[in-house]
Design a protein around this ligand. Structure first.
Ligand code: BMA
Length: 867
């Protein structure tokens, strides 16, 4: 009986499948990638060598052993010739008789970097000039049945850039373009080419101006009809009902009556159908439909990342002519900028399904100078690390690229909102018509590619250009003053054209009312346009670091949305060893200096370190201390921003990651090791935290909760001396509503110390709810350098069970900022850079292939008093 039911069920399922998905009578389309058999050479010179596609000239030269590792020591300097010459790539590929018989054949170039003439069987089929564009070429006439040759000639982006600059007539500000290092003197030509800004250098990056086929090439064969795009518009979404519209862009080479169906693949249900009349050329079909009680998409921490998969078919006489699929998440997501009384300003926060979201995250830069090396595994590791640090937003910064589809897919799946900059940063750009047209097409290509991702929260015009130029004030970065009246007016007009009309118009036309913000940071169009740092818009606060403000200033410089702030550190010694030799082990050595691109970076690190810590002599200890210092500063900022909720509703620190091994503001180094900062971010970004701030002799203790339900329990304040003796304890009840920051206690520091010297104790703040520890934090009452610490001795036992390995650690005295490591190995510790109190046992898991015995004999640690 049960079997029968099952069989019936299966038959019904099959009927249903047939009903909604009539058999494909004949192949209607075929996609073939052309990523194999490639060769390359310097144009017209030498032998053809094997090449990897997608790839870059630099990585092809490296794998053919024609250059050394570009990131090793100062090799970058020897490789500056590569961008001054031309390169060519070629391959052959076969077209089968079946493929040749299709009515249509198109070649799609998903990424050509950058000035590329493409020849198919000797015919010029495309002259590309924009790295960010997707190029689609009709090749039906040029393809041969059997063997075909594809050849791509890459012109030097530098020679082209110089030529464009000359035609433009004036140089434009391009502060981060390291033209001097590239042998070009002051000619920062990056701005004339639509190519990732950071390729020309940045204050955390080297100068490698690449060329190559950086994303794949495909040939698409099809008959009758093709679905170019499927856009699931979401005009109105509530928990009860989602009003959606499937917008289908078709291209047909056939005519006649047809049926368009939309199927919700999660329950294989046809949600709507429409009869259409096909005509040759392009046509758009809109199919509205409703989903009752939709499973909404939420960010990491707020709920599930529910996704829907919709399929669209175009059918004629029971035969599927074309089919397309689209994954999306159903949600309402808006940037809320509302006038409010607070400081006479305007709110700046994202509202997701009616819930104000406090954004926690970082700014993201490309993960490698050679983009095709950023594999799916790298993206996965990156987004896993983002989730592990309790983040819910990344800002994809404008000096990089529109990321790979894989990146946004992972952000959808893991609930990470994306603030997407358009690709303009810290420079002014030309306004020639051809440039504008290129920018427009690049924006359309990428907005259309990315608009279905539920993770996309905001499109932003550029990074820091509004604040740098400031046409109507006497401030800014001194750029406008270099030009005569006409030049200045022209440059500003070109700026306004791109960021105040072209890009917002693309967003309006090609999205479903997505939010657009012209520049980051900005006060807001129409009000106090340029960022004033306090009452409206978003803020890049660089008073700490560039402005030499003390870490304490993070407390007072809190705006509505902190989209950048940061502090540098070095990678850990195990990482440094990978790009140096022992002779380089000095932060001022030539090699270490080549891997520090921030102006005055080392001096700033030292200066800040001296304010809070004893500055160590030893190289290894200095690297480690730089990370401890960075984590201390940025933790203070993250907590200050969260305490200021709801006035402040977002905190994104500069920067999540690195594109090569370097001293930088990152929390994760190029080799994907967590710095002390990433561990600190994980703690500071937890859904519920307890955070304190000392002011006027009192300790304000706050509970900050991003949870959507109230939290209550007991707050314990326990004061320990450095031998682990409890000197004082206070317990008070606390209770906070959902999604708030609240000061729950404000005791006098004197009362907490209860007679102890402020240099002798630490207070442990614990929130308990029944038996559960909800949150924990520490408060010190003196700077680390002034604490009466003495050298601790740690006892470490290594354990292993069920494939898990962990350390069991105790200490005889307070050990501050303890970093565990094993020389010569890269491994992950579940906790690191932590304070270890005497009398407590700490369990630290390790991810490593080393055996228990190997760990026991090799484990080492550093702390504040190490050398
Ligand atoms: C911000 C960023 C980057 C830069 C960083 C550190 O302004 O937008 O341009 O790398 O500061 O200086």
């Amino acid at each position: 009986m049960r079997k029968m039911k099952l069989l019936m069920g299966t038959i019904c399922m099959m009927c249903l499948m047939v009903l909604i998905n009539p058999l494909y009578m004949s192949a209607q389309n075929e996609n073939v990638s052309i990523n194999t058999g490639w060769q390359f050479r310097q144009a017209g010179l030498g032998d053809w060598l094997p090449a990897t596609v997608p790839g870059t000239v630099h990585t092809d030269l490296l794998s053919n052993k024609k250059i050394e590792d570009p990131f090793y020591r100062t090799n970058e300097k020897k490789q500056q010739w590569i961008d001054k010459v031309n390169w060519e790539y070629r391959t052959t590929f076969k077209v089968t008789p079946q493929q040749f018989s299709y009515q249509c054949g198109e070649m799609v170039f998903y990424g050509l970097d950058t000035y590329a003439d493409v020849y198919l069987n000797g015919q010029l089929i495309l002259s590309a000039d924009n790295m960010f564009r997707t190029w689609r070429v009709d090749v039906k006439k040029d393809l041969h049945e059997g063997s075909n040759e594809l050849r791509i000639y890459f012109h030097s982006p530098i020679v082209k850039g110089l030529d464009l600059q000359e035609k433009h007539g004036v140089m434009l500000p391009a502060g981060n373009d390291q033209s001097e290092n590239g042998g070009l003197g002051p000619n920062g030509v990056s701005v004339f080419t639509r190519k990732a800004g950071y390729h020309y250098g940045w204050d955390w990056g080297p100068r490698f101006v690449t060329s190559g086929i950086w994303r794949s090439i495909e040939t698409e064969f099809w008959n009758n009809v093709k679905i170019d795009h499927l856009f699931i518009r979401q005009p109105h979404v509530t928990a009860k009902e989602a009003e959606l519209t499937a917008e289908v862009n078709l291209r047909a080479v056939t005519t006649g009556e047809a049926t368009v169906k939309v199927i919700d693949r999660s329950d294989n249900r046809v949600v709507t159908t429409q009869q259409i009349t096909l005509s040759t050329g392009q046509q758009t079909v809109n199919l509205p439909f409703i989903i009752q009680n939709p499973r909404l998409w939420w960010t990491n921490g707020l709920g599930k990342q529910n996704l829907y998969n919709f399929e669209v078919t175009v059918e004629q006489n029971g035969k599927v002519l074309a089919q397309g699929e689209q994954t999306t998440g159903i949600r309402s997501l808006h940037l809320i900028r509302k006038k409010d009384a607070k400081g006479n300003g305007e709110s700046f926060y994202f509202e997701l399904n009616g819930v104000p979201v406090f954004a926690k995250g970082a700014d993201y830069i490309p993960s490698d100078n050679f983009l095709p090396r950023v594999t799916k595994e790298v993206y996965k590791k990156t987004i896993d690390d983002v989730v592990a640090a309790n983040m819910n937003m990344l800002r994809v910064w404008g000096g990089g690229v529109f990321e790979d589809d894989e990146f946004y897919k992972l952000c959808d799946e893991k609930g990470i909102l994306i603030w997407q900059d358009f690709l303009f940063a810290c420079s002014m750009y030309p306004g020639e018509e051809s440039f504008m047209e290129s920018v427009k097409q690049e924006a359309i290509d990428n907005v259309v590619r990315m608009r279905n991702h539920p993770c996309i929260a905001l499109w932003c015009g550029n990074n820091e250009i509004d604040t740098a130029w400031q046409e109507d004030t006497n401030s800014g970065w001194g750029w406008k003053e270099q030009y005569n009246k006409e030049q200045r007016a022209q440059i500003w007009a070109d700026y306004q054209k791109i960021f105040h009309s072209l890009l917002p118009e693309v967003i309006k036309e090609y999205t479903d009312g997505d939010d657009y913000w012209p520049s980051s940071p900005m006060g807001g169009p129409g009000i106090n346009q340029h960022a004033d740092g306090k009452t409206s818009g978003d803020v890049h606060y660089w008073g700490v670091w560039h402005g030499l403000n003390k870490f304490e200033e993070f407390e007072t410089h809190v705006g509505r949305f902190m989209s950048e702030y940061g502090f540098q550190s070095f990678p850990e010694f195990e990482s440094v060893k990978k790009y140096t030799v022992p002779a380089d082990y000095n932060i001022e050595s030539e090699v270490m200096a080549a891997h520090q691109r921030g102006s005055g970076g080392n001096l700033l690190i030292k200066k800040y370190m001296g304010w809070d810590y004893k500055v160590p002599e030893g190289f290894e200890q200095f690297l480690y201390m730089s990370q401890v210092l960075q984590a201390r500063g940025i933790k203070a900022a993250m907590e200050a921003h969260r305490r200021a909720k709801p006035y402040c509703m977002g905190t994104l620190y500069w920067q999540l990651n690195d594109c090569w091994p370097v001293a930088s503001w990152s929390g994760i180094d190029y080799y994907r090791n967590w710095k002390a900062l990433h561990y600190a971010a994980r703690e500071a970004y937890k859904p519920v935290i307890v955070s304190s701030y000392e002011k006027d002799g009192k300790l304000g203790i706050y509970v900050i909760s991003d949870e959507l339900k109230p939290v209550k329990g007991i707050l314990d304040v326990e004061v320990f001396d450095f031998d682990g003796k409890l000197r004082n304890k206070m317990s008070l009840p606390f209770s906070v509503a959902a999604n708030v920051s609240k000061e729950v206690a404000n005791p006098e520091v004197k009362k907490i110390l209860n007679g102890s010297d402020e240099k002798d104790v630490v207070a442990i703040l614990t929130l308990r709810s029944g038996d559960e520890v909800v949150a924990m934090n520490e408060a010190y009452f003196a700077k680390p350098k002034d604490l009466n610490l003495t050298k601790p001795t740690l006892t470490i036992n290594v354990n292993e069970k069920d494939g898990k390995k962990w350390l069991e650690v105790t200490s005889d005295k307070l050990a501050c900022s303890v970093m565990f490591y094993i020389p010569g190995h890269q491994l992950f510790f579940s906790d690191n850079y932590i304070d270890i109190l005497p009398g407590k046992t700490y369990h630290i898991e390790m991810t490593t292939d080393l055996s228990k015995e190997e760990i026991s004999s090799q484990i080492k640690y550093r702390h504040l008093l190490s050398e």
